[in-house]
Design a protein around this ligand. Structure first.
Ligand code: IPE
Ligand code: IPE
Ligand code: MG
Length: 249
């Protein structure tokens, strides 16, 4: 069965018209969803799902390096996730801090450059310090860009960008797409080629609203803690069958 579906995929790739055929996606965004359901199915506390999720991130980053992806952008905590029960939010803040501490040396060693996008002012002080040290200590790396969206919301990002443009004193006629893009959290983050969302949910949930304009969307049923090399490669081969048009012919 598996072989048959691979042959079908290959046949589909061959049958596609020339031109605009994507190779390996260079910039991959991931909505890492399903930690809660993963834990519930095992009768475990939700924090166990979030912990297992950090292992999946590690596996995915390593696989991304192997396949030659340039940047991955992962949704770790949304502006809306503060509305979760306080004990879950507290556990998540602890897990983020522990994960940075545990993974930092290895990621730095492997040439990963880590940057955070989102608000910084609401994170616990100790976590904020760890985020900054992770960014500083990996600043000269260039093998893979890992962008972690924390306290991130696409709408909040656009509101902040608009506010900064208003403060800059630019004339309305001077404001164009380049100006707006230059005022986002990380203007140097390239637009994603591919968005993967795990856990079977079919929505964007306020992630990268501006940057996803022409991303290819791949939704997979795998829960995030079960994600890894195989699931990433499957999503990439789905991407490879797509023909991107960007509104043209
Ligand atoms: C994603 O997993 C992680 C965060 C939002 C922080 P969830 O916790 O949303 O998992 P489900 O959707 O409840 O299964
Ligand atoms: C999106 O997942 C946020 C992250 C993965 C960090 P949610 O679980 O918060 O999204 P909804 O509530 O299902 O839309
Ligand atoms: Mg969820």
């Amino acid at each position: 069965m598996k072989l048959l579906s691979r042959i079908r995929t290959l046949a589909r790739v061959k049958a596609l018209p020339e031109g605009n055929l994507p190779e390996v996606a260079q910039v991959v965004a991931i909505i890492m969803d399903g930690n809660g359901r993963w834990a519930r199915r095992r009768g475990l506390p939700v924090a166990a799902g979030h912990r297992a999720g950090t292992k999946a991130l590690r596996r995915t980053v390593e696989a991304a390096i192997d396949v030659g992806i340039q940047h991955i952008v992962v949704y770790a905590f949304s502006t809306e996730n503060w509305s979760r029960p306080q004990d879950e939010v507290d556990a998540l803040m602890d897990i983020f801090g522990e994960t940075i501490e545990r993974e930092l040396p290895d990621l730095a060693e492997q040439g990963v450059r880590v940057r955070f996008i989102g608000r910084r002012d609401r994170a616990p002080e100790s976590l904020r310090a760890r985020m900054e040290s992770m960014e500083d200590r990996t600043a000269l790396n260039s093998r893979l860009g890992l962008w972690i969206a924390f306290d991130y919301g696409g709408r909040a990002e656009l509101v902040e960008a608009t506010r900064r443009i208003a403060e800059s004193g630019l004339e309305p006629s001077e404001i164009d797409e380049n100006v707006l893009a230059a005022h986002l959290y990380a203007p140097e983050l390239p637009d994603p080629d591919l968005l993967i969302r795990t856990s079977g949910e079919l929505r964007v949930s306020n992630f990268l609203l501006w940057q996803l304009a022409y991303a290819e969307l791949v939704f997979v049923d795998t829960l995030w803690p079960d994600f890894g090399e195989e699931a990433l490669k499957k999503a990439l081969s789905e991407y490879a069958t797509r023909r991107r048009r960007f509104g043209g012919r």
